[in-house]
Design a binder for this molecule. Structure first.
Ligand code: SAM
Length: 425
């Protein structure tokens, strides 16, 4: 299909994102050969992210003003995008009518004008409390219900998924040097109060920072940075680590940055991600301290190996990343929680069978109890492990749902949602 308008390009990207369950950023990269996409990259990314952050609300407005939302995925996304353009950007209605007509969306000038006038409160006035949150914050209904049922501050958590979070940059040289360089670029940045190598930057062009500061920094959420800080506090300067789900290597490289004599063996099942990890290991000069193999953590190629620390940072439902990667909400279903929890538990069990007296650090970027506390409790009970108290190290992030472990939330800590537990045999 030939896409002349940016709205058509975005609808096609979101179609692919939804069908293949890939990230918006990845789908845009896949089209980098297209000069229009290259030229409009920032606009396309911002538009796609904003539309997905409001996808349910936009569909309701379309339904109310025009009629049934199309079933066809491309057209459904075009309907969302046109509705967004009418409501939140000052785009000429004639242009949008023309795009709708080209793709058989029956939206007249009057329909689009009605979209502008539709009030959100009117739209949700007859809905239940849960349905209202589902529409206003565009979070899947099953997830709204889950969060309200399980958390004491559920509404704030749901609301926080629509908020933009700060970007964290990890400094691989003195923090003052990085702050000075950011200032020279005209970027506002400040020291993170909890981690001595982290800097908080607001509303930035990441590509500019990465281009200019190169391997002096690593862009990484603060929650993920905690892992290397925990390792550093738990062991001495000579440590062997196995990282069971290692790619793209953010934590492995951070550990070798902070601990002079740390050696990491990384394992990951994804060949594509292992290649990315390898390129980062070389870029960040960590090749003498990190080895990486492409293998399943369920059959780790480790014979007679006694690490001091095993890190298990497996795939998860990534609900804690809904703000940064809102597209997850398009395909995430309730059964994924159970499926992920099962896989994580199997990897944890495998980690327990690695020889030696080990410390195991488990983390996920999700908030469900099945993938976090329930897995940890089960593995502790079955293998006689005990929780190492991380609250004494980082009291600010202490998890009220499982004493000793940590939980970070977007609404309280301004990071992605994250869980960390540390176990000892
Ligand atoms: C959250 S990411 C890991 C991020 C990584 N620890 C870092 O700090 O950059 C989860 C990883 O688990 C990997 N994975 C999923 N199933 C796996 C398995 N059975 N064995 C090994 N790795 C697996 C995925 O390929 C993915 O790279």
């Amino acid at each position: 299909m030939s896409c002349r308008y940016v709205e058509e390009i975005c609808a096609d990207i979101l179609r692919e994102v939804e069908e293949r369950r890939i990230s918006i950023r990845g789908a845009i990269e896949d089209r980098a050969h297209d000069s229009t996409v290259r030229r409009l990259r920032s606009l396309i990314l911002a538009l796609c992210l904003d539309v997905v952050r409001r996808y349910v609300l936009l569909e309701k407005i379309f339904e109310h003003s025009v009629g049934e939302v199309p079933r066809d995925i491309f057209k459904r996304n075009l309907a969302r995008i046109v509705t967004y353009e009418v409501r939140y950007r000052d785009i000429r209605i004639e242009r949008l009518v023309k795009i709708c007509r080209k793709h058989g969306l029956k939206a007249s000038r009057r329909d689009l004008a009605r979209m502008r006038e539709t009030s959100e409160s009117e739209l949700v006035k007859d809905l239940s409390y849960e349905e209202r949150l589902h529409v206003l914050y565009s979070v899947p209904l099953w997830l709204v219900r889950y969060i309200l049922r399980k958390f004491i501050d559920g509404e704030q958590i749901i609301r926080s998924f629509s908020e933009r979070l700060p970007t964290y940059v990890r400094c691989r040289v003195s923090r003052n040097v990085v702050l000075k360089k950011l200032k020279e670029l005209g970027i506002d940045a400040k020291e993170d109060p909890d981690l001595d190598d982290a800097v908080i930057v607001d509303k930035v062009k990441l590509s500019l920072i990465e281009r200019t500061l190169g391997n002096l920094i690593y862009v990484q959420d603060k929650s993920s940075m905690l892992i290397a800080h925990i390792v550093e506090k738990l062991v001495d300067n000579n440590v062997r680590v196995v990282d069971m789900c290692s790619a793209p290597g953010g934590k492995a490289i951070h550990i070798t940055d902070r601990i002079e004599r740390a050696y990491v063996t990384g394992i990951d099942i994804s060949f594509r991600r292992v290649l990315t990890e390898l390129s980062l290991i070389y870029r960040y000069d960590a090749h003498s301290k990190v080895d990486v193999v492409c293998a399943s953590a369920l059959r780790p190629p480790l014979r007679q190996y006694s690490p001091h620390i095993v890190i298990v940072d497996p795939d998860c439902t990534s609900i804690g990343k809904l703000s940064h990667s809102p597209e997850i909400r398009l395909w995430l279903r309730e059964h994924h929680v159970r499926e992920m929890a099962r896989l994580q538990y199997k990897i944890l069990r495998k980690a327990c069978s690695i020889s030696g007296r080990i410390i195991m650090i488990y983390s996920t970027c999700t908030i469900t109890f099945e993938e976090n506390e329930d897995n940890i409790k089960r593995i502790c009970d079955e293998h006689g492990l005990e929780l190492v108290d991380l609250c004494t190290l980082f009291p600010k992030f202490c998890n009220i749902y499982m004493r000793g472990s940590l939980r970070l939330f977007p609404h309280t800590h301004r990071t992605g949602g994250y869980f960390i537990a540390c176990l000892r045999s």
